[in-house]
Each structure stands twice: as C-alpha cells, then as structure tokens.
Design a protein around this ligand. Sequence first.
Ligand code: ADP
Ligand code: MG
Length: 701
Amino acid sequence: MSISLLSTSVEFLKGIGRNRAELLHKELGIQTCADLIHFFPYRYIDKSRYFKINELIPAGAEVQIVGRIIHLKTVEQKRGSRLVATFQDETGQMELVWFRAAKWFRENLKINEPYVVFGKATLFNKTFSMPHPEMELLKEHEASFRPGLQAVYTASEKLHRAGINNRILSVAVSQVFKQTGLQFEETLSDELIEKYSLISKNQALFNLHFPENQTILAKAQFRFKFEELFYIQLQLVSKNLLRKQKLKGFRFEKIGPLFHDFYENHLPFDLTQAQKKVLKEIRSDLGSSAQMNRLLQGDVGSGKTIVAFLTMLMAIDNGYQASLMAPTEILATQHFETISALASCLNLKVALLTGSTKKSQRKVLLEALKNGEIHILIGTHALLEDPVQFQNLSLAIIDEQHRFGVAQRAKLWYKNEFPPHVLVMTATPIPRTLAMSLYGDLDISVIDELPPGRKPIKTLHYFDSKRLILLKFMKDEIKKGRQIYVVFPLISESEALDYKNLEEGYGSLLREFPLPDFQVSMVHGKMKPEDKQYEMDRFVKGVTNILVATTVIEVGVNVPNASVMVIESAERFGLSQLHQLRGRVGRGAEQSYCILMSGHKLGAEAKTRLQTMVATNDGFEIAEVDLKLRGPGDLMGKQQSGMLNLKLADLAKDQKILMAARHEAFRLLESDPGLNQKENLPIRKAYSYFTREKGIWSYIS
Ligand code: ADP
Ligand code: MG
C-alpha cells in the first residue's frame, strides 16, 4: 500500500486539493507524495518555548506568544492602509501589524479568542510590534502535532497567497508518513550505516520533517548529506573507472630522445618538486593504455606551461602530434611564442591557428597538420572547427578550463577515432570539494608550490581619497624602470558607464603621465584585434610604462617587468578575478605590488573580499573564501552547476562528509564493481534510480 500512495498525486492529501496541487507542481516541482516527502525544509524554528510580552527584548529572535486580540483598527497611510491589532497577555500589551491583505485579516481575525502568534517583535515608540505574525488559534495549536523544532519550507509569494504555508505542508507530510507507516526501503548498505553510525532511512526522513530536538535533526541531516554525496561520487568514480577500463588511449611506450635531450640540456630552470610530481602522475597515465583525462590545477605563475611542454614531448617522442588550446587569441599567441622558443632547440614544428589566421596561411597549415609535418598546434576555439584534421593527435591540452564547456572538450576528442589524452590546465584554484564534485570523473593533479625566488606580492587596499599617494607611488616605480597595469571593471550590465570610466581613467592618467616622459597604452574589448595586439606588444616590449585595460589582460599575459597592478573599483570584482589579475605581476625578480582601489562605501562581502586579498596570496585559500561567500553554483557558473544542485550537502561546509563519501565510493567499486554482492543490493537499487532519474531523491520504495 505504501508504494501506491507514494506515487499518487498530492492532490488527494488533506488541505491540498486540485488547485494547490497544480501550484505545487508549477512552483516547486512537487507532484507525487514521494516528491512531497523529499521536499526538505530549509530551516527550523524552535517553538518549544512560549514568551510573555514583558519578556520581549529589542532586536530579539522570533518568539511565540499566547494572548488575545482586544482591539483592531485600520490606520490610513499615504501608501495604502495598515491593520493594527492590540494584542494582550497577562503581562502586557503589544501590537500586531498587517500591511498586506489588511482587509482579509480585518474580516477574519477573532476578537478576544486566545491565539498563538509567532514572529519577530521590534520595539517601536515604546511598544513592541510584530508585523505579519504567523497566527493560530490556541485550540487548533493545541490539537495539532507539534515537534520540538518546526520545519520551515521554502515557499513563494504565490504559494502563500494560495494558502500553502508551513502548516499545510507539515500536515500533508505527516499524513503521508501516517498512511505509509514509514516503510521506506533502506538505501545504504549495513556496512556503511554501521561504519558511519548513520540513522536509518525511515528515521532520517521522519526527523528531517519533524525533528524532536537538535541532536536527532543533526543526525538526520548527516545521513542524507552522506547519502547525497555518496551517490554523486559513486557515479563520478564509476565513470572514472569505466573510462580507464574501456577507453583505450595512445600508449606512450617510451620516454624518448626529445624529452631526454630537452630535460638534460635545455631546461631553463630546475623544476620544482611539485612540477616533478605532476609530471610523474602524467607519465604514469600516458604509460598505461587507458586514456588520460586529467585536470592540472596550479596557481598563476606556478609553472604549468613547462609541464605542458614536457608532456607534449612525451607525445612527439612516440610519433604523435599534440595540441594546446587557449581561450583567447592573446593567450594563444603568447603560448605559441613561449612554446616555439622552448621547441626551437629541438627542431620541432609549432604552428598557431586562431580566428584571425589568414585564409591562405590556414590552407597551408591545415595541409601540414594533416600530413604530420606540424608537431604542435596551438590555438583558440578555432582548433575545434571541422576542417582541422590532425594526422595523429594523441594529446590535447586545454588551458584555462573554466572558459570552456565540457562539451567542447568532448568534441575535441572525437576528431580522431581514438580519443587523445586530455590535460586540462586551470589557474583558477578550485576548492577540493568542488573539484571532486564537478570533475570527480577526472584525475586531478595540483602544482602547489611556486618556483623559488619569488617575492610574495604585497597587496594594499586604498580608498579613492588616497589617489595622490597612489600616483606618487606609480611615478616612483616607473622611475625604477617598472611597468604598471591599471585595470578597470567591465560588466555587461553597466557596459556603457564602465567604458566611460575607462576612458576617463585613461584620460587622467595621460594627464598625470604626459609624453614624452611617459607612455600610456590602453586595451579593451571593443578594439580591433590588431590594434589590441599592437598595444599589448608595446607593453610587452617595455615601450609603454602603463597599460590601462579592462579584464582582457586577465588571462595569461606574461610581462616579468610589470610589477605593479592597480585595480580600480576593486570592490566590483570577484575574488577569483582579483586573484587572477594580481597574478599578472610578481613574475620577475622585483618586489611586486597589487593596489586595490575602492570607494569608501563597501558592503560586507566586498569588505571580506578585499581583506582576503590583502591577507593572503594563496589561491586555494582565496578559493575557499570565495566558495563560502558565493556558494558553488555562482562560483562555477550556471552551466556547470547542475552537479551542484545539492539538496542538503553544502560543498563549503561538508568537506569531510564528501571525502568520506568519495572514499567509500572508490572502495565499493573496487571491491564490487557490478554491485552484485548481496549486502550491496540496496545501493545498487538506489543507484540505478539515481542514474535513471538524475536525482537521488526521486528514489522511492
Ligand atoms: P602558469 O602556471 O601561470 O601558466 P607559467 O608556466 O607561465 O605559469 O610560468 C610562470 C613563470 O615562471 C614563467 O616565466 C616560467 O618560465 C617560470 N617558471 C616556471 N617553472 C619554473 C621553475 N621551476 N623555476 C623557475 N621559473 C619557473
Ligand atoms: Mg599559463
């Protein structure tokens, strides 16, 4: 009987009915009783205590009071009217106030009958006043089931207007529980339940809706967080293991002469331990016959390029081609120059393909690519276009992954019938929990060490009123021969204004730093690529002292002599952007500076961002703060956040649970890949629901 009830519409539950059911479906995606009990409260309020009016304190929390309305009056205001009730208990009087639906309340509230009201009371003209309280007649209140903590379900304005409030939802949920007799099948193995002291599915489900106390609520939440993360990890880990079993890759038998020659004779510096470690990880992937799919994380300046190049040499030594794709033309060009320089001593052919490659050139290039003359192809998205055919691409490296969708990655693979090894490099440090959730099917390498001899960048936060000090500082640095970036925000919503600010900023810098003593360049997104390139080149060559820019320089420009980064309106940038921008300096031997300019008025979050930047240079630390501030969805962009629509688990807070879940997923799949063992049957059953229905909470017994 439980099964049939769970799959029936919520329409037939007490207090719901046809119209409300439709609304629940439209607003919250709730159709069946099973959906309803898997619609979890988003917070809980403690209603175990009743307050007296004379106990109220200003700025207190939400309180529950028993009393009577002794008087109702409508007060006319400029903007509509409000209804004010005088509410009284044996200790005093207060006011209840309605600004909305005043008419309805005026007609429906009962005078002199005991009510329980709940809400936040604020002190106003020596009287406490509670706007839009939750109200219940005392006799109904006493008759209803009251857990120690009360669930609060998210509800839209529309639902409220249709009378769907917490009480209605609670009653409906409790009806489902009563009629099913709480007979849900267990969805985790006994072993896991025991090992992590989890409470049962039934207990957890019930207590999420009707927790008796904080302790049991915490247990219920823990169980479901674990379960949620476990099934996601199970899917990711199983993809990872499957790929390694099934997806054959080019096997690089040997480390050949090119690699050895370069490593022994031409390496421009000693590799850091972290670079060596990562190369070993890559080497071990490439030596197996499985396709590599690896994410390489390394903060700006950690030296990913040389790792990429050495990996390319492994491919070329084995007779294959390699490619490197970058998100912008400037970055692709810069990579092309760096890699060409590194490759020059090895007699390798490196080519560049971007949107602005001339047609005639392009034709020659594609021909050479097809017949294998080109060893390394570097470029932008242009690499993904159909006419681009390699002879034998065995390695695809993608820089700055956050700009590319996963689909594009896949497209690159299938240019060949044999998928190339994929190495995705990102300079945006991703907190571990996020990396594991988003890229859990990839293997992850981290360069967690900067090359030696770098002086940590000094970061300062100046309010706009300190601009004169800033200008003096800039002049001093230029006198010492340094170059300076000045970056302005550019956001599409305020583009026109932002461009105006940029132009004005540029204008005032021209006045402060006049010719012929100084040279100031500007680059921004509206310029023609060739003009942009021209200005960038002048800066790279040291002709200009100051480069005024929007965030086009965010990615990848490498000018070791530029040692000062000034960020205008820094409060408008996100943390990861600030960190990326700061990474443009600190590349040479000189002391570098990052100066964050901001207005005086700062919101709490902006303050935290700027303080974090001043406090640390560690990209991973910054990423953790960012995750806490913004949450995973915003951090990673909407299209990637599907995986992150977690119902209960919080990637910023539940790192330990995630680690445990991932660990268990690996352990399980290694010992019982098909989930065939009897004790794992509950998992197998729930997992197949999970993968089929794309959500673990659609699983019902
Ligand atoms: P990113 O990881 O940001 O792409 P790059 O590969 O551009 O970093 O390296 C940043 C700078 O550090 C480059 O100038 C590079 O030549 C230099 N570099 C890289 N590895 C080392 C090392 N092990 N020792 C010294 N300098 C290094
Ligand atoms: Mg780089």
